[in-house]
Design a protein around this ligand. Structure first.
Ligand code: BTN
Length: 248
């Protein structure tokens, strides 16, 4: 993939800008990076607090040429890429289904994939927020979040550029794998190897209408999570259905 980077000091949301660029015909590989976001978005309409230089705020335009049934795997592929980028920087990350990246059970990165129709076909924007430092976490977030600086215990400030470079390298690698003939299976294997949530984890899942408690039993071919509920029923949770997943 050829990567082109648009850089902003301040922007509302790198995802909003990348979606706009995609609708205007941007090529796959266009990245939007900002030092600060004034309207950073998380999943389920939540706010992603984005103070200047406290995080990497990154979005990439993708034009996946995979079977539509495998589109949810774009999200899981991104999780694997972020995982490997952070591991290369010396961290020991875990992936919580669908795509929260945790270190020591605390969230270090969130991923928001949004799709849009464009004159060139469907585009997916993958927005990635990686916490570089913890200084500006609001009190309610601080208990559940961590940052690269906190994890590495470094005295020197963590710079965004090496993190960005590792991320782009791993996105390039993993999207190329996803596009191979056996790409979906390879991504599912990679995700499963990297996530303590893949199997045998006691979880509670809120889907909006329903709360399901059970034990994880691996992924479906499209990345949906299998949960064995009390009584032995296997429930299949689609990525788009989940509002909250936590350990039971
Ligand atoms: C989540 O865990 O809820 C997903 C958070 C995604 C945040 C990133 S920061 C870069 C990109 N721009 C946004 O507005 N959101 C994503």
């Amino acid at each position: 993939m050829n990567f082109t980077i648009l850089r902003f000091d301040t922007i509302d949301s790198t995802n909003t800008e990348a979606l706009k660029q995609a609708r205007q015909g941007a090529d796959e590989g266009l990245c939007v990076v900002a030092r600060q976001q004034t309207a950073g978005r998380g999943r389920h309409g939540r706010v992603w607090i984005s103070p200047a230089d406290a995080g990497l705020y990154f979005s990439v335009v993708l034009r996946p040429e995979i079977e539509p049934r495998y589109l949810p795997l774009v999200t899981l592929t991104s999780g694997v890429a972020v995982h490997d980028a952070l591991a290369a920087l010396g961290l020991a990350p875990d992936i919580k289904w669908v795509n929260d990246i945790l270190v020591d059970e605390k969230k270090i990165c969130g991923i928001l994939a949004e799709s849009t129709d464009t004159p060139r076909g469907l585009a997916v924007v993958v927005g990635i927020g990686i916490n570089l430092r913890s200084t500006n976490f609001p009190p309610d977030v601080a208990a559940r979040a961590t940052s690269i600086e906190e994890c590495l215990g470094s005295n020197a400030p963590v710079e965004a550029r090496p993190v960005e470079a590792a991320l782009i390298r791993e996105i390039d690698r993993w999207y190329s794998i996803l596009s191979d003939d056996d790409g979906p299976a390879a991504v599912l294997r990679a995700w499963t190897e990297r996530s303590s949530y893949a199997a045998g984890k006691a979880v509670t899942v809120d889907t909006g209408g329903e709360r399901i408690t059970g034990v994880t039993q691996g992924l479906e071919p499209n990345g949906a999570l299998r949960v064995e509920a009390a009584g032995g029923d296997i429930r299949v949770i689609q990525a788009g259905d989940v509002e909250m997943l936590r350990t039971a």
